[in-house]
Design a protein around this ligand. Structure first.
Ligand code: MBD
Ligand code: FE
Length: 290
């Protein structure tokens, strides 16, 4: 760990080993992964396991997979675990379909994937506030106003908007070294009118770590590692379904080829110049009652 906390200092230090294994630790700490499946019946496990294996077997037959390729797969799977990159792999290439299925009944705002870098209990900023950031934090200042309402249009007093995003170098606090613990992570609690006003900086396009196993797959397949610039949010209110979303910016060159397939047209923030060098946007959330 470094004690240099100036913007950009993490750039040369952030590695897949750091962010990948940090994401694994975070997952194991917060999500009680094994508790969630305790009640899954043997019939359900049998169904899902067989279905996944059938798809693998079919791929092998269709494409005449060789022993060399099978052994390369084995070596790569072992390395993904050693690198701690399973959260990264799953959230980039699988989570978007889980999210699609989990939220298809909703009438309120569209959401998208959480990704590997959420941390609960970010510092409380009230209804109007500035996300924790360093002096001289890079990026255009962004003022974001909005309201949180229920599907019937009523404001949801006390709703929480948890916001987290990468810095201008594409690094997340707590997952890359040299960044203050809660940098660019905050919790905003709306007032009785459901309104919030958040001050932050516009994020930059983001490249997933390329020096680990996920990066190896990307380069071996001739893919790219980019996600468009994005803000992550979780919006919650009593009696309503938790909304997990990301907001994107029109014109980003990776909006149409996000490596994580997590962009939707409903999730575009279109900030306009406010005249003083900053930009401003209005974008609110509608939550579905439970
Ligand atoms: C990210 O920042 C992210 O949002 C996702 C989905 C995957 C990897 C890194
Ligand atoms: Fe992200």
């Amino acid at each position: 760990m470094t004690t240099d906390q100036t913007p950009g200092a993490a750039e040369t230090l952030a590695t897949a080993a750091a962010s990948g294994s940090a994401a694994t630790e975070r997952f194991e700490t917060d999500k009680s992964p094994y508790d969630a499946v305790k009640d899954t019946s043997p019939e359900r496990v049998d169904l899902l396991a067989r279905s996944v294996l059938d798809a693998v077997h079919q791929t092998i037959r269709t494409h005449k997979v060789t022993y060399a390729e099978y052994n390369a797969l084995k070596a790569w799977l072992i390395q993904v675990g050693k690198d701690g990159e399973w959260p990264l792999f799953l959230d980039v290439w699988v989570e978007h379909v889980v999210e699609e299925v989990a939220t298809e009944h909703r009438e309120g705002s569209k959401g998208t994937i959480e990704g590997p870098y959420y941390v609960p209990d970010a510092p409380e900023q009230g209804a109007t506030g500035t996300i924790p950031m360093r002096e001289g934090e890079q990026g255009t200042a962004l003022t974001w106003t909005g309201t949180v309402t229920s599907t019937d249009g009523s404001p949801l007093a006390g709703a929480k908007v948890e916001l987290w995003h990468a810095d201008a170098d594409g690094f997340y606090s707590q997952f890359a070294p040299g960044i203050p613990e809660w940098n660019l992570r905050g919790t905003f609690t709306v007032g009785d009118d459901g309104a919030f006003e958040i001050h932050t900086v516009q994020p930059a396009p983001y490249q997933i770590p390329t020096d680990g196993s996920c990066g190896k797959l990307i380069s071996a397949a001739g893919w790219h590692a980019w996600r468009p610039a994005h803000l992550h949010v979780k919006v919650s209110a009593p009696g309503h379904e938790l909304l997990t979303a990301q907001l994107y910016f029109p014109g980003d060159e990776h909006n149409d080829d996000d490596i994580a397939s997590a962009v939707k047209p409903e999730l575009m923030l279109d900030p306009k110049p406010a005249g003083d060098g900053t930009v401003a946007v209005d974008y609110g959330f509608v939550l579905d009652p439970v």
